[in-house]
Unconditional design. Structure first.
Length: 65
């Protein structure tokens, strides 16, 4: 199961966070906004999801930054 972890301004920031968490061993799913049926531009906001059991690890990584 995945839980919502954080919202970011755009796809570029989402990819940066995903790389950081991946380097620490935490999987991240980047979900664009839903609704228009067409691909969202990289400037659109994104939501990051982490596995339920790794949410505390992701919070700890954020705390250390």
């Amino acid at each position: 199961m995945w839980v919502e972890f954080m919202n970011v301004r755009n796809g570029y920031a989402a990819e940066t966070w995903r790389e950081l968490f991946a380097a620490e061993g935490v999987s991240v799913r980047v979900i664009p906004p839903v609704g228009r049926g067409e691909p969202e531009p990289m400037q659109a906001p994104r939501t990051l999801y982490v596995p339920t059991g790794k949410a505390h690890v992701a919070r700890e990584i954020l705390r250390k930054i």
